[in-house]
Design a protein around this ligand. Structure first.
Ligand SMILES: [Zn+2]
Ligand SMILES: [Zn+2]
Length: 183
């Protein structure tokens, strides 16, 4: 009997990235080196204008007359660029954090990030985004991420050198075991 597809079910996630129950042997946790099994996701917004550095901050709270939406924000595999199922949401008023909260929450769910070793999430404004994240997203909140999932906020190397010196610590993905040159 046919049933309507559930959220994100019509899309496939990155074929290369580890997905328990999809492309890993049942005993993957015992057999394989652990650094391979983090979930790497990246968030980014897309607007009608040309992309410029720190667009997310500059475009914040801008309403465009005549447009129902001002763009979209998406979460994708940070290694291979494959969009996460259910991880793209409309923007109504510039790139607000709540849009990314929803995209990330759905992307974690659809890519089974909670079944991996944890999530390494890159976003060009993570120095600001991570500050209030756990007050808005979590158990018993409207938006959730998998409970007890390790979560590391990172600013990609491309963006981090446009930040202040104190933000450089967030641009350390290249120093993490297994991350190598991811963004
Ligand atoms: Zn991937
Ligand atoms: Zn910064």
């Amino acid at each position: 009997m046919l049933r309507p597809p559930s959220k994100g079910e019509l899309a496939l996630f990155c074929a290369v990235c580890p997905q328990p129950g999809v492309n890993l042997p049942p005993d993957w946790k015992e057999r394989i080196t652990s650094w391979m099994f983090w979930r790497y996701l990246t968030g980014n917004g897309n607007f009608k204008k040309t992309c410029v550095q720190h667009q997310a901050v500059k475009e914040k709270n801008k309403v465009k007359p005549g447009y129902d939406i001002t763009g979209v924000v998406s979460v994708a595999c940070a290694r291979h660029g494959c969009f996460a199922p259910a991880g793209t949401v409309d923007l109504q008023k510039g790139e607000r954090q709540i849009n990314m909260d929803l995209a990330l929450s759905e992307a974690c769910d659809a890519t089974k990030a909670g079944q991996t070793l944890g999530l390494r999430f890159t976003y060009d404004i993570n120095c600001q985004y991570c500050v209030n994240f756990h007050q808005k997203v979590g158990p018993r909140k409207p938006l959730s991420i998998p409970e007890n999932m390790a979560l590391l906020f990172v600013i990609g190397l491309f963006h981090v050198h446009g930040h202040k010196e104190e933000c450089l610590a967030l641009g350390k993905l290249g120093n993490l075991s297994g991350a190598h040159s991811t963004l």
